[in-house]
Write a protein that binds this ligand. Structure first.
Ligand code: PAF
Length: 283
C-alpha cells in the first residue's frame, strides 16, 4: 500500500492516474479507523478505480487542546486495517500539519447559509470553519471525482455539500448510512476511549432515538423533546447536551410538524469528557 506524506507526491500520482482514465474516490478521515470508515472505503472502491484515504487529525476543527491531544493516533493500525480491504487500490495520504497549513494553522471563515450556526455550531465554536478549511484543501489537492462521508456527522455532510455548491467544486459528495455496533452504538473513533460502564450503557442513546422516532408519528415535537430530556435526567452515566428535531434541509429546529418536510432527530451526549453524537431520520 502506497503512503504519501507530501502534497507534491500525491498530486503527481493522481495526475498520472487521471491521465490513464482512472476515477478517484476520496474518504477523508482523522484516522483511528473503524468498521464505519471501512464501509465508506468499500463503497468508494465499488464506485471508483482508486480510493485516496486521507488520515489527518485536523487541528483547526478542535475546540479544546485537550480533545486534540487525546484524539487517538493509530497510523500503523489504520494502514493494516485498510490493507485488509485492498492493498492495491487504496492510497493513503497522511500529510503533516505543516504541509497542509504552512506554519499558519488557522481556519478560513465560511458562510454556509446558516447551517453552521445550528446544533454542533452552537456548542463547537469555529468547528465548521476548521472542517471547511481542511475539506476544501483536500479537494483542491486531490480533486477527487467522488468523496464519501458518513451520516453520523449529518450536519458536517450538509455543510460539505454547501461548501461544494458555494465554491463550485467539481466533486460529487456521497452520504453514507450510519454504521453501528451490534448493540446500536454509532461507530466513532472516540468510542475506544469509553469506559466499560459507558460502553455497556451506550446503546441507551440509540434506543432513545428509536423510541423518539416511534413517538414522532403521534406526539408533538415538544412532547418528544421533553420525554427524551427526562430519560437522560434519569440516567446517571450520560449527560445530555442537546436533543433537537430539525428540518433535514435547513437543520433549523422544528417547532411544528409539516407533512411536506423531512425531519431528523439529533443528539449530543457526554460520557464523562467524551462527546458522542448520533441522529435518526424520523419520516
Ligand atoms: O469527519 C471527520 O473525520 C473530519 O471532520 C473530516 C471530514 C475528516 C475533516 O477533518
Amino acid at each position: 500500500m502506497e503512503i504519501y506524506i507530501q502534497k507534491k507526491q500525491i498530486t503527481s500520482i493522481i495526475d498520472g492516474l487521471k491521465l490513464k482514465g482512472d476515477t478517484i474516490g476520496m474518504v477523508p478521515t482523522m484516522g483511528a479507523l473503524h468498521q464505519g470508515h471501512l464501509q465508506l472505503v468499500k463503497k468508494a472502491l465499488a464506485e471508483n478505480n482508486k480510493v485516496i484515504v486521507s488520515i489527518f487529525v485536523n487541528p483547526t476543527q478542535f475546540n479544546s487542546n485537550e480533545d486534540l491531544t487525546n484524539y487517538p493516533r493509530t497510523l500503523e493500525q489504520d494502514i493494516n486495517l485498510l490493507k485488509t480491504v485492498s492493498a492495491t487500490n487504496i492510497l493513503v495520504y497522511a500529510p503533516t500539519v505543516d504541509d497542509i497549513y504552512k506554519g499558519n494553522t488557522v481556519s478560513e471563515k465560511f458562510d454556509f447559509d446558516g447551517l453552521e450556526h445550528e446544533m454542533e455550531g452552537k456548542f463547537r465554536d469555529g468547528h465548521f470553519n476548521g472542517v471547511g478549511t481542511i475539506v476544501k484543501r483536500f479537494f483542491e489537492i486531490i480533486k477527487p471525482h467522488n468523496a464519501y462521508f458518513g451520516e453520523k456527522d449529518f450536519q458536517q455532510l450538509a455543510i460539505i455539500k454547501k461548501l461544494v455548491e458555494i465554491h463550485k467544486l467539481t466533486v460529487n459528495i456521497v452520504g453514507c448510512e450510519i454504521h453501528r455496533e451490534t448493540n446500536g452504538l454509532a461507530m466513532s473513533s472516540r468510542n475506544t476511549r469509553l469506559k466499560t460502564a459507558h460502553k455497556n450503557t451506550a446503546p441507551f442513546i440509540y434506543k432513545t432515538l428509536k423510541t423518539a422516532k416511534e413517538k414522532f408519528g403521534t406526539k408533538s415535537v415538544t412532547n418528544i423533546t421533553e420525554w427524551v430530556e427526562k430519560q437522560f435526567a434519569n440516567n446517571k452515566l450520560f449527560e445530555l447536551e442537546y436533543f433537537i428535531i430539525a428540518d433535514t434541509t435547513t437543520l433549523k429546529p422544528a417547532k411544528r410538524k409539516s407533512n411536506k418536510k423531512a425531519y431528523r432527530a439529533f443528539i449530543a451526549v457526554y460520557a464523562d469528557d467524551i462527546r458522542l453524537i448520533d441522529n435518526i431520520a424520523l419520516n
